[in-house]
Write a protein that binds this ligand. Structure first.
Ligand SMILES: *Cc1c(COP(=O)(O)O)cnc(C)c1O
Ligand SMILES: [Zn+2]
Length: 412
């Protein structure tokens, strides 16, 4: 069912079978990228057939890496609503403003796209023990899918993960411990050793070659929802970049298949406290250096000072599409949570950042008012309720159940 060919190293070009348990290149440590036979698919594929399948991520199985359908691990991810948001349109001054509401995935974040695909593939290649590290959303998603697959796993959670996120992971029944560190580099070094010595398979974005493959489905779904068109601009909250880069790869594949003539300008939104990609982009660099304080923001899901693979994939995606990177303050994220609320969407700060970024980019002229813009809202506010109280304030009055008090309240 899949048109996957192999895995190729970004840096040295070494090629590996997609059926091997491998995280990064054995020759040089570079990141691995799945390649597909798009030429063959273009000539053989009947796209009407795809569109007749049930909506959802696996509708696009030819472009996903799983060969045997029986290995699919699904909880009903993808096919999330693309919502036209009239309140935010007014606030930002972008009439064609849309939100891709990925809070509606099975574990309430977009991480489910990537874990459904990566854990299905792990199932296919016979992985025994999965390992990941998480600020919460990835852990919840990983735990749910790995439980469903019946695989063993170990989950390390950031020391500042919220109770709500930890609660979810616990219920899915996985082995979990808190992890303390100063820089993300310590984590990646530790994981590399565990991979070599213990035979574990990593699920961190990009060290796992299949996570971002799931995020390609953003592109396919937007193309479906816009009836064969793609937006002018797509904004994604960005930490390791699996979301934005996956979407970019998906749009590029649609172009190679002759289904769209262009790729949207891709925008990476990062917190002001830890914006390594924004810094590198503003300096015109192809690699990002370690920069910022990942704990210095309420955007807990995207605080990261050292992007994996030096952020090369993300930066390539920004330069290649004429996009950009933008840093957003905590106050701006909290404000954007309230704008989203007016359009009926409850987001965590790390997700609302893509809406705050849209406003910033119109104000500074990087988005034109006539552009069609999609901000991806990646995670639900339910998993970080403290942030919503920061946005709205804590105080709430009370009345007795008497008509007079109700009348007075209504008139007040
Ligand atoms: C993980 C996460 C992100 C960042 O995704 P990357 O692929 O690491 O860039 C954004 N928003 C939310 C809510 C997340 O959980
Ligand atoms: Zn290599």
């Amino acid at each position: 069912m899949s048109f996957i060919i192999d895995l190729k190293c970004d840096d040295c070009g070494a090629v590996y079978s997609h059926m091997e348990q491998i995280n990064t290149c054995r020759q040089c440590g570079g990141l691995l990228e799945a390649r597909y036979d798009l030429e063959k698919m273009k000539s053989e594929m009947d796209f009407q057939k795809i569109m007749k399948r049930k909506r959802g991520l696996w509708r696009w199985r030819e472009l996903l890496p799983v060969v045997d359908e029986s290995n699919m691990v699904t909880l009903g991810e993808g096919a999330t609503p693309l919502l036209k948001c009239s309140h935010i349109a007014r606030i930002t001054g972008i009439p064609n403003f849309y939100v891709k509401n990925d809070t509606l995935n099975p574990t309430a974040s977009f991480k489910d796209r990537s874990f459904s695909v990566a854990i299905s593939k792990a199932n296919e290649i016979g992985v025994k023990l999965g390992l990941t590290y998480t600020s919460g959303n990835a852990g919840a998603s990983f735990a749910a899918y790995i439980a469903k697959a019946g695989m063993d796993s170990v989950i390390l959670v950031k020391e500042w993960a919220t109770r709500e996120k930890i609660a979810m992971i616990r219920i899915y029944g996985q082995k979990m411990v808190r992890l303390a560190y100063d820089s993300f580099i310590e984590v990646t070094t530790m994981f590399e050793k565990a991979e070599k010595n213990l035979g574990v398979y990593q699920f961190i974005v990009f060290f796992n070659p299949f996570r971002h493959e799931g995020n390609k489905t953003y592109a396919y779904e937007m193309w479906e929802d816009f009836n064969g068109a793609v937006p002018d601009v797509m904004i994604h909250p960005t930490s390791t970049g699996g979301g934005i880069y996956g979407a970019y790869k998906g749009f590029r594949e649609l172009m190679a298949l002759g289904l769209t003539a262009k790729v949207p300008r891709m925008v990476a939104a990062q917190p002001e406290a830890s914006p390594p990609i924004v810094k590198a982009f503003n300096e015109g660099k192809k690699e990002a250096e370690r920069f910022g304080d990942p704990k210095g923001t309420i955007a807990q899901s995207i605080g990261s000072d050292a992007p994996i693979g030096k952020g090369k994939r993300i930066l390539r995606c920004l330069y290649d599409t004429g996009g950009c990177a933008v840093a957003v303050s905590d106050a701006e994220m909290l404000e954007a949570m309230k704008w989203l609320g007016k359009d009926g969407i409850f987001a965590e700060p790390s997700a609302a950042i893509s809406v705050a970024a849209a406003k910033k980019l119109v104000d500074r002229g990087d988005i034109k008012r006539e552009d069609m813009v999609v901000s991806v809202v990646t995670g639900s506010g339910l998993k970080q309720p403290e942030a919503s109280y920061l946005a709205t304030g804590e105080e709430l009055g009370m009345i007795r159940a008497r008509y007079e008090e109700l009348e007075q309240f209504i008139r007040s």
